[in-house]
Design a protein around this ligand. Structure first.
Ligand code: G3I
Length: 332
């Protein structure tokens, strides 16, 4: 059975971050089309990809992924509307006034949400807003618009597309920590003010050997606020050489994360970051020795991790289709 079908038994989404260039490989394309019920453009919706040159927007890669998702009955998760990384040079080096930056961000957020209204079911509206100590990151946006930039971006997106589920997406907020508390406080205060926030995405870029996080406890704490939660970026990378023992340990970590999500009724789904090791983000642009983080190997053959995820989804009692927050079984 496909991962997508196994996850659907629980009313759970099982997605992947995709690149349009990946779709040119028939092995990638076949897996992307069959195994996953949602698509997150890995880079195609980022500002430096959409508007590398000011006022000249490039939609082809993101549109191709949107069409791919529609053709295969998959949800489209937009990623990300507001981030301090992968910004075009004209923006970071433009010496804009705070007022100009606010106007630029408003145009960017509303242009993307308008273009993909009805196609994107959930947006990572703000990516990685919280510092290790729980304070807001002092980014370009925080400096220019003040701390309320998050509320503003959520409100802008909601005004254009009231149907889209709006998320904050964060890394390193899996366990009890000042960062997790800061994210929780932020979410609670936005909800108190009636700001349209629907979910929290938890990035899970794990290193092999790292203890599997107590994710269910964290997810439940956010769910208690009335939010849906999702594992939005799952990967487990390892140091070479790749050995059967390491692949087995990787499989156990993947399985543990799937089980933690399954244990939380508000967890709407998991997204793996990349299809196979051949297209993985990990070696890209970094000198990191880590690699092989995905469910399929360099030739798109299933790894033990893929089988472990399938077994975890097959072994768990059927949670009842369509019972998870924010989604219906049909959407999967
Ligand atoms: O598009 C340029 C291309 O024109 C150029 O020739 C090439 C040369 O290196 O670089 C290309 O850009 C790269 C881009 O990926 C697209 O391939 C960037 O250098 C590279 O830095 C960029 O990396 C992406 C990274 O975000 C940037 O921060 C990864 O693919 C992507 O997987 C990663 O995704 C992030 C999530 O958005 C947020 N959470 C963490 C996650 C992993 O870092």
């Amino acid at each position: 059975m496909t991962l997508r079908a196994l996850a659907a038994r629980h009313g759970l989404g099982f997605g992947a971050a995709l690149t349009d260039s990946g779709l040119t490989d028939p092995r990638y394309l076949a897996l992307a089309a069959t195994q996953f019920s949602s698509v997150t453009p890995e880079n195609a919706m980022k500002w430096d990809h959409v508007e590398r040159v000011r006022h000249t927007r490039t939609w082809d890669p993101a549109d191709a992924l949107a069409r791919f998702a529609a053709r295969h009955g998959q949800e489209l998760r937009g990623h990300p509307l507001v981030w301090h990384d992968q910004l075009p040079h004209w923006l970071t080096e433009g010496h804009f006034t705070p007022g100009e930056l606010a106007a630029l961000l408003h145009t960017h957020v509303t242009t993307l949400t308008r273009r993909y209204a009805g196609a994107v079911t959930a947006w990572d509206v703000v990516n990685e807003p919280v510092e290790e100590d729980g304070s807001l990151c002092r980014t370009l946006w925080r400096e220019a618009l003040g701390p309320d930039y998050i509320a503003q971006a959520l409100t802008w997106a909601h005004t254009v597309d009231p149907e889209a589920r709006l998320y904050l997406n964060e890394f390193g907020a899996l366990d009890e920590s000042p960062k997790t508390k800061g994210l929780h406080d932020l979410a609670a205060s936005l909800l108190d003010r009636g700001i349209p926030l629907h979910g929290i995405g938890f990035q899970c870029h794990l290193l092999l050997g790292q203890e599997a996080p107590a994710l269910a406890r964290t997810l439940n704490r956010f769910a208690e606020l009335g939010l849906e939660v999702a594992v939005t970026e799952l990967s487990v990378r390892m140091l070479p050489p790749v050995t059967p023992a390491k692949l087995a340990a990787q499989a156990a970590t993947y399985r543990a994360v799937v089980e933690e999500c399954l244990a939380v009724p508000a967890c709407t789904g998991l997204t793996v970051w990349g299809v196979g090791d051949a297209d993985s983000w990990v070696p890209q642009g970094s000198r990191s020795p880590y690699g092989t983080p995905t469910l399929y190997d360099g030739a798109y053959r299933p790894k033990p991790a893929r089988e472990a995820v399938a077994r975890a989804l097959a072994a768990a009692p059927d949670g009842g289709l369509g019972t998870r927050a924010g989604h219906t079984a049909e959407q999967r």
